[in-house]
Ligand binder design. Structure first.
Ligand code: SF4
Ligand code: SF4
Length: 355
């Protein structure tokens, strides 16, 4: 497992909060217009240089919709020129034209991620709250495939689409995406607690993802369900096998990564958060050193110290590979070190006594 004390594995920059969709669960509470205090182009260039100075993290341009910024291609190009592996997550709106997709590929974007939350227009557009979004999503995936741009599909699982995950998986498979990233709800922004799954239902989705991962042509990973790693470890122990596509790919690379631990998030106004789902700022790139905040702030250090975890996460034999979603703990309890509220696991007695 990597040591994330010095540098993150992944840096996510919310280049804008503006977006023309209006998703029910939007973390960013996105609106159609850009915020007047958004980081400027020059500040964005400086930020990217400071990210590069941290090492070689994966650089994700997210939003809002990155395409709402007229300078997004200049910013992406700068990131790529600096040598950062750079990906982008545009929204499926009329801004995502064949030219925009071709431009991503031309300048060297490593991957484009697109959201898909239902297997048909009714379910997906209902979620995204804009008619035509489903068709645009499929079109963008098809267009990227046609020109050879690597893709990723992001799906947020809620109680509304949980039972339709197998159908969504079929679309992901047919799209040729390299990765299916399944987001589990954190009730921040516009997301509602009543849309979240129960801990038992999380486990049922894990069963499905694990089973799919043995035969899918793409990698499958979870976001804000760190305990899927616990599930995978338990299954592997049980089966004494290594399922294709899970190890050594995405799951092993993710081992130990958590909010503020291998991951950092820069908001549209430069706030430095441990995750986009954990809106606690440890500084601002306009006035603080990104490296110092990541390495030395009490918030980030605390999040990397598994001995500070509370409740059953603090007594758990999987606390270092999993640790529970710190964002969900904060959203549901107000304490980012509290135990994960959506995990069925009971730590083993022997480990709990040692902890
Ligand atoms: S596409 Fe993303 S940023 Fe836009 S409203 Fe939906 S969740 Fe929010
Ligand atoms: S109890 Fe906490 S650390 Fe243990 S598997 Fe569950 S979420 Fe992870």
């Amino acid at each position: 497992m990597q040591n994330f004390d010095k540098a993150p594995f992944l840096v996510i920059w919310e280049v804008t909060q503006a977006c023309d969709l209006a998703c029910a669960h939007c973390r960013a509470r996105a609106v159609q217009w850009r915020h007047p205090s958004e980081l400027s182009t020059a500040e964005g260039f400086r930020l990217l240089e400071n990210v590069k100075a941290l090492g070689n993290p994966l650089m994700v341009f997210t939003g809002g919709d990155p395409l709402k910024r007229p300078d997004v291609f200049a910013l992406l190009e700068r990131s790529i020129q600096l040598g950062l592996r750079t990906t982008v997550t545009p929204s499926a709106t009329p801004l995502l034209t064949p030219k925009a997709i071709a431009d991503f590929q031309r300048i060297g974007v490593a991957r484009m991620a697109i959201s898909l939350d239902g297997p048909d227009a009714k379910s997906h557009d209902g979620f995204r709250r804009v008619p035509g979004s489903f068709a645009r999503t499929l079109f963008a995936l098809e267009e990227a495939r046609r020109i050879g741009l690597e893709t990723q599909v992001n799906t947020t699982v809620t109680r509304h689409n949980r039972l339709r995950m197998p159908e969504i998986a079929e679309i992901v498979e047919r799209s040729g995406a390299r990765l299916w990233s399944v987001f589990f709800l954190v009730t921040t922004g516009r997301a509602l607690v009543e849309d979240d799954l129960t801990a038992d239902d999380y486990e049922k989705v894990f069963v499905l993802l694990y089973e799919l991962s043995t035969r899918a042509s793409c990698d499958i990973k979870t976001t804000e369900a760190q305990h899927y790693r616990r599930f995978v470890a338990q299954e592997r122990k049980f089966e004494k096998t290594t399922p294709r596509n899970l190890v050594p790919n995405t799951i092993s690379r993710q081992a130990g990564i958590n909010d503020g631990k291998g991951l950092l998030f820069i908001s549209h106004t430069g706030e430095i958060y441990p995750s986009g789902f954990l809106p606690l700022s440890a500084g601002n790139v306009r006035c603080d050193s990104l490296a110092d905040v990541y390495r030395y702030s009490s918030l980030f250090r605390g999040l990397r110290d598994s001995s500070q975890l509370k409740g059953k996460c603090g007594r758990c034999e999987y606390c270092n590979v999993c640790g529970g979603s710190r964002s969900r703990a904060y959203a549901l309890t107000g304490d980012y070190l509290a135990e994960e509220q959506r995990c069925v696991h009971t730590p083993t007695e022997a480990y709990a006594k040692m902890a």
